[in-house]
Structure formats: structure tokens, C-alpha cells
Design a protein around this ligand. Structure first.
Ligand SMILES: NC(=O)c1ccc[n+]([C@@H]2O[C@H](COP(=O)([O-])OP(=O)(O)OC[C@H]3O[C@@H](n4cnc5c(N)ncnc54)[C@H](OP(=O)(O)O)[C@@H]3O)[C@@H](O)[C@H]2O)c1
Length: 308
């Protein structure tokens, strides 16, 4: 049986989800392939421009909506409380769905209101003075409409999480963050467990995403010898071990691929590693973050976290 975890709402979230960032033109086929392979958890976002292809693939699949777990995210130009419900409406229209299972604040930064995804002046992002607490309170209001089953956040620092918990009434169901064996964030993820916030790993393969480019000559996370060595005992590959490393901690993981053989193989990363193997992987942590848009997005992120 595929692994599922319970959220603080009582709903279940599948351990393995399917990422859809990049390769927009390939996503309808990729999601179709993923659903055929058995994925039932799909991650998209307004800014990925993949809500439409995700919606089309789901419709084509004929899989009943209640068997799926769909996440999308509020983009930075829609943080004003008055813009949150209309932004969700646009996402639902593109997904051709009545509701999403999870709606996340994508980044803790507010940009100029409007429809421009990257509003810039002289090459810099135009910021808007909107408190993230107010944006989150507008997200809370969506719960009673039935159009979102759960709400959460992504890319928040510890201080931002604490401030949210102190000033709002719904504990986020999920925090989606970069996490993999080179950025393990053990203290931060343990903190989430204590607060009842489910952690989901994005970029679970570390620097496999081409968008992250080359950081010196460090090579690729999935070429770490210990991952292949651990995998041998389970008859699994290094990428499958990185997914299992997340699942074993009780976290969801979001591998992305447009390649049918990889889409199928990644689903088989749904298994558990022994405590001894988890310990071996603990030693390869480099506290290395690949997705940090600080500066470029108009402010500093992750200031109190590992990998800064
Ligand atoms: N909340 C956020 O801010 C945020 C940020 C980043 C990502 N995400 C979400 O998390 C998802 C996953 O993260 P990601 O896309 O950054 O990276 P990822 O899933 O760690 O890596 C994707 C890359 O790995 C390749 N790949 C997939 N399976 C492989 C395998 N078995 N062996 C070798 N290479 C493999 C893919 O190539 P091919 O596609 O060519 O097969 C692609 O280039 C995203 O798609 C998105 O949904 C969220």
C-alpha cells in the first residue's frame, strides 16, 4: 500500500507526490503518465503555469477527484487579503476543479498587486507592504468555503513560522520546503513535528533540477556513493533512497520528472530505511541550499535556517 500521512486536519496526504515545476509543455503527458503509474498526489503552483495541463491530465484520467490530493500555491503578486479568494478562483478554473486539497503561500514576500507575475522596476522586484499574517488570515477564511481542504506555507523561516503561530488561529497543515540529504534541516523539521505541521520535501534530489545550475564542483547529490550503497540492500537506486529518506522521517516528497521511466521508478522510492541506514545518510549533510531567491525576490529568506 502506498504510504499516506495524516495532516492536522485529519485528512491524509500521500507520501509521494508528483512535482510539476518547469517543462510546462511536457506536463500534460507527464501527469498522465504519473497518474497511470499510480501517483495520487500532484503539486502545482500558479507561477509554474502548469495548472491547466495538470487539470487536463486529471480529467482525461477519469480518476475520481476524491482519490486525488492536489496542491497549488498563492503567488507573490496576490498577497493582498482582497486578492486571495480571486487568486484561488483563477487556479481552480485552470485546474478545472471545485477544490484543492492544499493551498500554500508560495513565498513569504508580497509583490505589487496585479496580474504581472514578476513586477519589476529598473530590474528590481516591486514590493508591496502587506503583512504575511494578513495574507494567511485571508487563507484561513477560504477553509469555510470548502474550496480548500487545508492551508499551509512554503519557504518560511523559523521566525516567520513562530510569528504566524502566535498571530493566527489555524496551524498550517503543511510546510513545503527544500529538503534532501545535502540539506537535512533536522532541528527545523523536528520543530514542525512538535507543532503538528507536516513537512514536504521539494527538490528531493537536491541539485538535480537544472535551474539550480552548478555550484562549484560539488557534483550531484544523487551520485553520493552512500546512497547507492544503502540502496543495494533494498534493490533500489540512489534517487529512490533519497525519496525513502524523506518518507522514513514521516515527510512527503515531491519528485518531478518528464521521463516515463523515471516517473515510474520514482514512485518506488516509497519504502522505509532502517535506522542504521538513516544514520549513514545523516553524515553526508552539507547544509547546502539550492533554491534561495534572496535578493532577486527583493528580500532575504531563510535567515535563521541551515544552508544560509
Ligand atoms: N515550494 C517551492 O518553492 C518549490 C520549489 C521547488 C520545487 N517545488 C516543487 O517540488 C517539485 C520537485 O522539485 P524540483 O523540480 O526542483 O526537483 P527534483 O524533483 O529534485 O529534480 C527534478 C530533476 O531531476 C530529474 N530526475 C527526476 N527523476 C530522476 C531520477 N530518477 N534520476 C535522475 N534524475 C531524475 C528530472 O529530469 P527529467 O524531468 O528530465 O526526467 C529533473 O531535471 C517541483 O516540481 C515543484 O512541484 C516547490
Amino acid at each position: 500500500m502506498p504510504t499516506k500521512f495524516k495532516l492536522n486536519t485529519g485528512a491524509e496526504i500521500p507520501g509521494i507526490g508528483f512535482g510539476t515545476w518547469q517543462d510546462e509543455a511536457a506536463q500534460e503527458d507527464a501527469v498522465t503518465e504519473a497518474l497511470k503509474a499510480g501517483y495520487r498526489h500532484i503539486d502545482t503552483a500558479r507561477v509554474y503555469l502548469t495548472e491547466k495541463p495538470v487539470g487536463k491530465a486529471i480529467k482525461k484520467s477519469g480518476i475520481p477527484r476524491e482519490e486525488l490530493f492536489i496542491t497549488t500555491k498563492l503567488w507573490n503578486n496576490k498577497h493582498h487579503p482582497d486578492d486571495v479568494a480571486p487568486a484561488l478562483r483563477q487556479s481552480l478554473d485552470d485546474l478545472a476543479m471545485e477544490y484543492v486539497d492544499l493551498y500554500l503561500i508560495h513565498w513569504p514576500v508580497a509583490w505589487k498587486r496585479g496580474d504581472e507575475l514578476f513586477p519589476k522596476r529598473n530590474g528590481n522586484m516591486i514590493l508591496e507592504d502587506i503583512d504575511i499574517v494578513d495574507t494567511y488570515k485571508a487563507m484561513e477564511k477560504l477553509l469555510s468555503t470548502g474550496k480548500v481542504k487545508a492551508i499551509g506555507v512554503s519557504n518560511f523561516s523559523k521566525a516567520e513560522m513562530e510569528r504566524l503561530l502566535q498571530n493566527t488561529s489555524v496551524v498550517p497543515a503543511v510546510h513545503q520546503m527544500e529538503c534532501h540529504p545535502w540539506l537535512q534541516q533536522r532541528e527545523f523539521t523536528t520543530w514542525h513535528r512538535k507543532k503538528g505541521i507536516h513537512v514536504t520535501h521539494y527538490s528531493p534530489f537536491g541539485n538535480q533540477n537544472q535551474f539550480y545550475g552548478e555550484k562549484g564542483s560539488i557534483g550531484k547529490l544523487i551520485d553520493e556513493p552512500v546512497l547507492a550503497e544503502v540502496g543495494k540492500q533494498y534493490n533500489k537506486s540512489a534517487p529512490q533512497v533519497t525519496l525513502a529518506w524523506g518518507i522514513t522521517q514521516g515527510h512527503s516528497v515531491l519528485p518531478k520528472s518528464k521521463t516515463p521511466s523515471r516517473i515510474q521508478a520514482n514512485l518506488k522510492g516509497d519504502f522505509r530505511l532502517s535506522p542504521r541506514d538513516m544514520e549513514k545518510i545523516q553524515y553526508i549533510d552539507k547544509k547546502l541550499r539550492f533554491n534561495d531567491s534572496s535578493g532577486e525576490f527583493g528580500r532575504e529568506f531563510f535567515t535563521d535556517l541551515e544552508g544560509k
